[in-house]
Ligand binder design. Structure first.
Ligand code: PLP
Length: 402
């Protein structure tokens, strides 16, 4: 493929060149085991310590509050299992109806194991009502888990306020911050969140590394039990090159957070405005909610999102219908369903997610090819009843933001 325009950064990101360079020497030069007695292993430890400091700085935490894991999913499972093992008599979990499968499917599984799960719903903008969480908390609640930012629609949830509610009620609070960290400023010294999950590959580190933030003093039961690594909180020989890479990626993210909220946001807004002005029967999901600067979820009425993706892909443009984990299924995403997006639109939803590596040219290219794709698909659209007549001029300048 000659031209690749990558607009799927919520699925994964490119590894930053600086990160790759930093990792390199830990494969075949500094490859010792940090737990070894000899100098060769021992010398590696200081690089892990440095990485932990960089990671902690990005989120305003203490280095000792960072536990390296293999991914966001592991961090999430670690948090939830820790809570339910700490309080085996408590059989209730509170989460939302818009979580990533890494929490959502875990909760569905726990329901088969005797747990009761409350899924807090959202309104048509994807927002939730904190008072519903407060009402749902009972003496049987082991943990509340609410994502910081949604991977599909980019909505940012008021997790710091939810943490206050949980603290008041004496319940542990976890947030899946996989999509938030590196995109919006986060300072854990200013809130009461007990646990927070992060994944490296969403912020220009490689796949297969992440971390769990565990607030000092929070009771905890490890998920992986074995060696004494990570101060006994996560057994398994440290993935040194990836930990170092994550440290570098977090250092870069700290520097680039401003760019995410200026440059990237501007590109995203340009994309949305371009789509609205060029294509009819379009809705930008959660446009009026507080959102991540890099994400937009666009529903094109009377077309299949999967067909749009395939045609974009032929042109070298990468986007997604929602969470990477749910693509491949023809059901509209559970997030859009929870928001009650009308079916005729939900089916035609595409998520574009940007990064600092995107350019105005990328957006212009998308805006050049997309109207023709939508027009073609609408002409052959299977949506029958109530379908407007899509003729030659269907992609006009009137946008219907229903
Ligand atoms: N949580 C959210 C919100 C995500 O977007 C993702 C990845 O798509 C994950 C968790 C899973 O992260 P990982 O792929 O590192 O397991």
């Amino acid at each position: 493929m000659e031209k690749v325009v990558y607009l799927d950064n919520n699925a994964t990101t490119q590894v930053a060149e600086e990160v790759k360079i930093e990792m390199d020497k830990f494969f075949s030069k500094l490859y010792g085991n940090p737990s070894s007695m000899h100098f060769f292993g021992g010398q590696v430890q200081k690089y892990i310590d440095e990485a932990r400091e960089k990671v902690a700085k990005l989120i305003g935490a203490e280095p000792s509050e960072i536990i390296f894991t293999s991914c966001g999913t592991e961090s999430n499972s670690t948090a939830i299992y820790s809570a339910i093992r700490l309080f085996p008599h408590k059989k209730h979990i509170i989460t939302t109806s818009v979580e990533h499968p890494a929490i959502f499917n875990l909760c569905k599984y726990l329901e088969t194991q005797g747990y009761r799960v409350t899924y807090i719903g959202v309104d048509e903008n994807g927002m939730l009502d904190i008072s519903e969480i407060e009402k749902a908390i009972s003496s049987d609640t082991a943990i509340v888990s609410v994502m910081w930012a949604n991977n599909e629609i980019g909505v940012i949830y008021p997790v710091e306020e939810i943490a206050d509610v949980c603290k008041k009620k004496g319940v542990l609070f976890h947030t899946d911050a996989v999509q938030a960290v590196g995109k919006i400023p986060i300072n854990m010294s200013l809130n009461k969140i007990d646990m927070l999950s992060v994944s490296g590959h969403k912020l220009h580190a490689p796949k297969g590394i992440g971390f769990l933030y565990l607030r000092k003093g929070t009771p905890f039961v490890p998920f992986l039990i074995g060696g004494h690594q990570e101060r006994g909180r996560r057994a398994g020989t440290e993935n040194v090159p990836y930990i170092v890479g994550l440290g570098k990626a977090c250092e870069l993210a700290y520097k680039n957070i401003e760019l995410e909220n200026t440059y990237v946001r501007k590109l995203r807004d340009m994309l949305e405005e371009g789509i609205i002005s060029k294509i009819d029967y379009v809705r930008i999901n959660s446009k009026n909610a507080l959102r991540l600067p890099n994400t937009t979820s666009v529903s094109f009425g009377y077309v299949e999102g999967e067909s749009i993706l395939l045609m974009l892909s032929e042109k070298g443009i990468c986007a997604s219908t929602g969470s990477a984990c749910s693509s491949g299924s023809l059901e509209p995403s559970h997030v859009l369903m929870a928001m009650k997006v009308p079916m005729i639109y939900a089916h035609g939803t595409v998520r574009f997610s940007l990064s600092i590596y995107n350019t105005e040219d990328d957006i212009n290219y998308l805006l050049e090819v997309l109207p023709t794709i939508i027009k073609r698909l609408r002409e052959i659209s299977p949506f029958g009843e109530g379908k407007p007549i899509f003729g030659i001029d269907s992609c006009n300048n009137h946008s219907h933001n229903h």
